[in-house]
Design a protein around this ligand. Structure first.
Ligand code: OGA
Ligand code: NI
Length: 381
């Protein structure tokens, strides 16, 4: 049994269920013990970084206008390298109008500024509720809470879920629905590029060759992903009086195929590269895209689902909106049959589905990459 399942922990966690925004609105000069990480898990801030100051990480940039033009093979190669090396890249020139993203951040800010009673209407412990407002990472189980409140919106098929989304602020549904539709379209285009990059050999990249049956659709995986699940998660990180003691999100990898992350202008996202936590330099108006556990499985380990975490700061609130995309929830995710074969690239992961995942996370603290680890097949050669 994991320590997080001790009944006293669950009892204590109930005291903090109202979240960080609520805590801060009532005045706070110190971080409550519940949020203080054990020393080895705390972030190290650059000014006190004793080894060497680290530059912010400039993630590989994918220019969508280029991707859709004659330079596609070269951009696909950059995309493949980014997914292999960092598991992350940024997308610019993506075609989503600036106002759509700005309006989404703005309406989410206004949602979190509503009185607690209004926000709390959407609180639920049911993982499959169409809307779920909550705090920390897993508020029933976390031993140490993280400095984050969230709003999770199931988004596909939109007409089924939209009537359940918050009705206040009055423009929330309209703006969030537009945002969900636009990011879904962008996801479709990125998926096609990713599958194309997986299907190309290095020689194919050089020759600029286009794999059959992919750009025009027709592959079962493309079709499934295009009809797949979408969950929009709005993260709110209020200013924290002692940011060196806690985290906005603990190290985790994303469950799902791809995450499209929109951040406001405040930095906070860090990714693990070797032994270093590197802060991602936000590019205004861009999306940070990362490989999730399902894409690592689907690519048979070639593309990496990389650990990342979120720092908080003492001056500015931060809002981010993550759109999580994957296969339909009733599908089995497995290495792509097109790229595996028993001799040269045997499957390295077991197939998995949503039920298996839910069973797994309800049995332990969903931290680090333990779910993905549990799906690995270890070949003996
Ligand atoms: C997430 C996530 C990062 C951020 O929502 O899974 O990693 O910067 N968010 O909020
Ligand atoms: Ni994440």
């Amino acid at each position: 049994m994991s320590p997080s399942m001790i009944p006293e922990v669950e009892e204590e966690n109930k005291k903090y269920q109202k979240g960080v925004k609520h805590l801060c609105d009532n005045g706070l000069t110190k971080v409550p013990t519940k949020y203080i990480l054990p020393e080895p898990d705390r972030p190290i801030f650059r000014k006190s970084d004793k080894i060497k100051p680290k530059e912010n990480l400039k993630l590989p940039v994918i220019d969508f206008a280029e991707l859709l033009g004659p330079n596609r093979p070269r951009v696909l190669q950059t995309l493949a390298n980014a997914c292999e090396t960092y598991g992350f890249f940024q997308v610019v020139n993506h075609g989503i109008e600036g106002d759509i993203s700005k309006n989404m951040i703005d309406v989410c800010k206004r949602f979190f500024e509503l009185p607690y009673v209004e926000r709390s209407k959407y609180m639920s412990s049911d993982m499959s509720a169409p809307v779920r407002y909550g705090t920390s990472f897993n508020q029933n189980k976390d031993n140490v809470f993280c400095w984050r409140d969230f709003l999770k919106l199931f988004s596909h098929p939109l007409p089924d879920y939209l009537p359940h989304w918050p009705s206040s602020p009055s423009d929330f549904r309209g703006l969030a629905a537009t945002y969900a539709k636009e990011t879904r379209h962008l996801f479709h285009m990125i998926v096609r590029a990713i599958l194309e990059s997986l299907d190309r050999t290095d020689a194919g990249f050089a020759a600029g060759e286009s794999p059959e049956n992919l750009c025009g659709g027709g592959d079962e995986a493309v079709e499934e992903l295009e009809e797949g699940s979408q969950l929009v998660v709005v993260n709110c990180y209020p200013p924290c009086p002692e940011p060196e003691l806690t985290l906005g999100m603990p190290p985790h990898s994303d469950y799902g195929f791809l995450t499209l992350l929109l951040q406001d202008d405040v930095e906070g996202l860090q990714i693990l590269s070797g032994d270093d936590w590197l802060t991602v330099d936000p590019i205004p108006g861009s999306f940070v895209v990362n490989v999730g556990d399902h894409l690592e499985i689907f690519s048979n380990g070639r593309y990496k689902s990389v650990l990342h975490r979120v720092l908080v700061n003492s001056c500015k609130p931060r809002i981010s909106v993550a759109s999580l995309h994957s296969f339909p929830t009733n599908s089995t995710v497995k290495p792509w049959p097109k790229i595996v074969d028993d001799r040269s690239n045997p499957p390295r992961y077991l197939g998995t589905d949503f039920t298996t995942f839910l069973r797994y996370i309800s049995s332990c603290e969903p931290k680090w990459k333990n779910f993905l680890e549990s799906r690995k097949i270890h070949h003996k050669f």
